[in-house]
Design a protein around this ligand. Structure first.
Ligand code: HEC
Length: 217
């Protein structure tokens, strides 16, 4: 229990320092989670969750270093299979902030403050066939090209008490240079679909093998 808490506070320091060491924490977390009992689980959910940063006008700042968060899955909706324009083009690379991942691994629940980012990436362009696939050295299929968008969801029942489940959804746009801040989207635009179809607390864990295997039985 003591070592768990030590790991968490040093992890927070690394994140605060804005270094790239966060990804290295994943292994430490899963190692310590193997023997994480109730006490560790309680610690992981009591105030050690790395929070999103908000401005006075209620907007959220672009997360820092989300590509070093824990990668949980990459659903794919190619434009070519969606009438030329998928609602969310095309690869959806999903990452959860590491302290929230640690808490989820220990408790099976997304703690208050959980941040999950989804970065959209277009299918690689390389003599694509009609179905959008391309032939590469490993075979015919879909390969990642350029980044095309960034979205974020934050669970905060205090700040977003009117949002079902306390989950607010943000989009930083689809331009190569993402917006630096974003305001919460209307409930019907995002939350409603998550509420209706996501498997676990508004999160689409049915598409994230990493989260399914992290969840304690
Ligand atoms: C029609 C249903 C639907 C709507 C509307 C929707 N989403 Fe999602 N969202 C999904 C699905 C399905 C996933 C699972 C991953 C994937 O396929 O992209 C997902 C995943 C996500 C994730 C990753 C975390 C998670 O909950 O699984 C984020 C972040 C996200 N969506 C943001 C948004 C934002 C922002 C909006 C509004 C602009 C939005 N979503 C609207 C269906 C929807």
């Amino acid at each position: 229990m003591r070592s768990f808490s030590t790991i968490k506070s040093s992890q927070l320091m690394w994140i605060a320092a804005g270094t790239l060491m966060v990804s290295g924490c994943g292994q430490t977390d899963s190692a310590s989670n193997e023997n994480a009992g109730t006490a560790a689980a309680t610690e992981a959910t009591s105030g050690e969750i790395v929070r999103a940063s908000f401005n006075d006008d209620g907007s959220v700042n672009q997360p820092v270093g989300w590509r070093e968060w824990v990668f949980v899955g990459a659903p794919l909706t190619p434009n070519a299979l969606n009438g030329g324009e998928a609602p969310f083009p095309e690869f959806h690379n999903v990452y959860i902030e590491p302290s929230a991942y640690a808490a989820y691994s220990a408790t099976g629940e997304f703690p208050e403050g959980t941040q999950i980012a989804k970065e959209l990436t277009l299918v690689r362009t390389n003599n694509n066939a009609e179905n959008g696939s391309s032939q590469e050295v490993s075979g015919v299929g879909y390969f990642q090209g350029e980044f095309s968008g960034l979205e974020l969801t934050v669970k905060d029942n205090e700040r977003f008490k009117d949002e079902p489940g306390g989950w607010a959804y943000f989009s930083f746009g689809h331009k190569a240079d993402y917006e630096k801040t974003a305001t919460a989207m209307p409930t019907d635009s995002c939350n409603a679909c998550h509420a209706a179809s996501a498997d676990d607390d508004f999160v689409f864990t049915q598409f994230y093998p990493v989260l399914r295997s992290a969840k304690p039985n």
